[in-house]
Design a binder for this molecule. Structure first.
Ligand code: BTN
Length: 256
């Protein structure tokens, strides 16, 4: 085993409250799939599935997600919201914001790219895949912690926390920081959502940018105005103000 890899002892050394909630699997197809199975069997709120190696890690829109063993972080958090399902889409915003805030404590300045990517210096450092089940939501987090090399065929420029801060970073510390922020932010999707939204908007890397948004078969060009109270992306297009809840892909056209 590579000495940088997760193992049971490392997990047990984490703060007690998280150590007890983490289910560590050395290898699995996808932590989101494992978390869903556990949630269906009744796993508690804030149970976490963590792995070293995903053999079929997936991103949004069915894209594969690569997470190099010993370097990346792949985990899924089970959330059982007490708010109604109609507002669960806000969890995607809460998750991206939580990770961005956690990364700041390692000395970088990160932003959120709607709906739930985390970017540093115009490059993607973390992708989040949120999937809802009956009575639960799974938040899958793929974070480039100490990754130094990326595949050439990625759709977006990619970076890692280590590349941005110039030194390897403890994956345990990153995991705990993300979980701590996540717990706080997912509690805010109900009556505290305006506060969450305000923090999210101050980190929004798309604000005021001209973007091309590919949603299903249609492509829209527009200027990002912000996020609606429902967490929709608000674009000013040639037909006026339009709102989008789900986006296939957003590309920034100008970078002023
Ligand atoms: C994206 O940007 O498209 C989302 C990527 C999400 C990847 C994470 S890694 C942990 C969890 N398990 C998966 O199979 N996917 C998510």
């Amino acid at each position: 085993m590579n000495e940088d890899e997760w193992d049971g002892a490392i997990i047990r050394s984490l703060s007690e409250e998280w150590a007890d909630r983490i289910i560590f699997l050395p290898e699995c197809a996808s932590t989101n799939d494992e978390a869903q199975k556990l949630a269906l069997k009744g796993a508690a709120h804030l149970s976490v599935v963590l792995t070293e190696t995903q053999t079929a890690g997936r991103g949004r829109r069915g894209q594969p997600w690569a997470c190099p063993p010993g370097e990346g972080m792949a985990c899924s958090v089970i959330v059982r919201p007490h708010d109604p399902p109609v507002i669960w889409s806000r969890i995607a915003l809460a998750a991206g914001l939580a990770v961005a805030e956690a990364l700041d404590s390692f000395g970088c300045s990160s932003g959120v790219k709607w709906p739930n990517d985390v970017w540093i210096n115009q490059q993607k450092v973390c992708g989040i895949l949120v999937e809802a089940g009956s009575g639960f939501v799974v938040i899958g987090i793929g974070l480039n912690v100490n990754v130094t090399r990326f595949s050439d065929d990625l759709a977006f420029p990619a970076t890692s926390l280590a590349l941005e801060v110039g030194t390897p970073v403890s994956r345990e510390d990153v995991l705990v920081a993300c979980l701590n922020r996540l717990r706080i932010r997912v509690e805010q999707i109900g009556s505290s959502f305006p506060e969450l939204l305000k923090s999210w908007e101050t980190r929004c890397v798309l604000r005021g940018k001209e973007v091309s948004l590919l949603s299903g078969e249609s492509r829209k060009l527009g200027m990002v105005q912000g996020i609606s109270p429902n967490g929709e992306l608000v674009l000013k297009t040639t037909s006026g103000i339009e709102k989008f809840l789900q986006a296939a892909e957003i590309r920034v056209l100008d970078d002023r």
